[in-house]
Design a protein around this ligand. Structure first.
Ligand code: TYD
Ligand code: MG
Length: 454
């Protein structure tokens, strides 16, 4: 029998030491050491040699590759970020703030699948009673769905080996503990070890496993990044606590495209897919207001119209730059570009920037809309109604094209927008019906054109 031993490994440089220390003795980084198991036995003692007998070389052409068979979850908006459904043996991590609806989503999906496939729901978060109550409240007809309330990893692995389900849910990875480690459940080493063992089992017996992961206050999954390497797919469930809309975003996907977005609404009957979400993130003003610009963002295959709001106000003391749903570093950069290349200074102003409806925008195509909203707030002049703006802004003050400009324009026209301020390189060869397009190449030009039309 092999013996297990633990060591403490630095997350920065990978150096190991036999006991925990606050500072890595090798690279000097602080608080980077975490516990890991080492198997000491004949197996791991063998020297690694890729050409030794046992390791076989193959050519790509010799490998028979079939299209992956997809297991639909029964919820279209869930399948979308998954890349069309689950894959046998695939491990999917679903991260999100507590209370966002991860358990609800997985219970709904698993209950639906339990009619035609073998499933298993393992929960360490809630009691069986709570889960049964929720299933009843949601009218999920899944009385036969196997359920285990267990946090002991070895017992869960035994169950999974016994039941051999096609789909299993582990809610949540932070509650699990393995007896191989002495650290507490939820610690980085426990989370990593449990995820690794579950992943190994998933591949061995072809079970598709969902791992639920809570997001810590700084926005990263506990066991930052370690889990993302272990699993096949990482989905983030996000949304504004004050709005009922929830976005399921693919962050990494070995079996599909990333940046695909599933959109749900949380109702009293659980999560409902929103199949046509493009106008969700517009707040409807009765009249034009300064500091508001509407952009078209392209998340995955679907364009979304999102309102970007800016508030620029005289600073008392050090000027503040705050963003909600957009990158704060990017805002600082945009303000510098605005100053150097368009002569508009905000160094004595507080600048607040918000993407309406709790949506998070990562793409740089939001730059131009952010700048236009800032200029509009600073000058107290509203942007014209029915105007959409998108485009990336570079450090040299140039306006760079956004991918899939044509689709963005079409979606805006569909929702009744009639003018677009966009990168010149995105100007369509054929006019979009009902849409006047204004192409700009530089930031000062964009500001000048905005003055003309507002
Ligand atoms: P839950 O799935 O428990 O969140 P998580 O597992 O991500 O922590 O969701 C809990 C929230 O969802 C709770 O605040 C209430 C809300 N909710 C509804 O609004 N309607 C519903 O039908 C259900 C089941 C939950
Ligand atoms: Mg939960």
């Amino acid at each position: 029998m092999s013996k297990t031993k633990t060591v403490f490994v630095c997350g920065e440089c990978g150096a190991s030491s036999p006991k925990w220390q606050g500072q890595c003795p090798d690279c000097g980084a602080w608080n980077t050491l975490s516990e890991q198991t080492l198997e000491t036995g004949s197996k791991s003692a063998r020297r690694f040699d890729p050409l030794a007998p046992g390791a076989k070389l193959t050519r790509l052409a010799e490998i028979e590759a079939r299209e992956l068979e997809r297991i639909p979850t029964g919820l279209g908006e869930f399948d979308r970020p998954l890349g069309g459904g689950l894959v046998a043996g695939g491990v999917t991590l679903i991260g999100g703030d507590p209370g966002i609806g991860k358990s609800t989503l997985l219970l709904q999906a698993l209950a639906g699948m339990s009619h035609t496939r073998s499933t298993l729901y393992a929960s360490g978060e809630e009691s069986g009673e709570q889960i049964a109550l929720r299933a009843r409240r949601l009218d999920l007809a899944a009385s036969e769905m196997p359920l285990a309330t267990e946090i002991h990893l070895e017992k869960i692995l035994d169950l999974l080996r016994g039941v051999r389900p096609q789909v299993a849910v582990i809610d949540s990875i932070q509650t699990l503990w393995t007896e191989q480690l002495s650290s507490a459940p939820g610690s980085v080493s426990q989370v990593r070890e449990c995820a690794a063992q579950l992943t190994r089992l998933a591949k061995q017996q072809g079970t598709a496993i969902f791992l639920v992961g809570h997001v810590t206050k700084d926005g990263s999954l506990a066991g930052p990044r370690v889990l993302e390497h272990i699993v096949d797919t990482v989905l983030y469930f996000e949304g504004d606590a004050h709005s009922s809309f929830r976005l399921l975003r693919a962050f990494k996907n070995r079996f599909g495209a990333v940046n695909e977005l599933g959109v749900f609404a949380m109702t009293e009957k659980g999560l409902k897919g929103v199949s046509n979400p493009s106008a969700l993130f517009l707040s409807r003003h009765g009249q034009e207001v300064p500091g508001s610009a509407v952009m078209v963002t392209q998340e995955g295959t679907r364009p979304l119209l999102v309102e970007i709001q800016a508030l620029v106000d005289t600073a008392h003391g050090a000027p503040r730059r705050l963003t909600v749903g957009l990158d704060a570093q990017r805002l600082a950069m945009l303000l510098a570009v605005l100053h150097r290349h368009a002569g508009i200074a905000c160094f004595d102003q507080d600048v607040f920037l918000n993407a309406v409806g709790g949506v998070r925008i990562q793409e740089p195509a939001a730059d131009l809309a952010a700048i236009m909203a800032i200029v509009s707030s600073l000058t107290s002049r509203p942007l014209p109604q029915k105007l959409v703006v998108f485009g990336e802004v570079g450090l040299a003050g140039e306006i760079r094209p956004a991918p899939r400009g044509q689709e963005r324009l079409k979606e805006a026209a569909k929702l009744g927008f009639s003018r677009a301020l966009i990168p010149a390189a995105n100007l369509p060869r054929q006019a979009t019906p009902g849409m006047e397009t204004i192409g700009v190449t530089r930031i000062d030009e964009a500001v000048a054109r905005l003055r003309e039309i507002s």
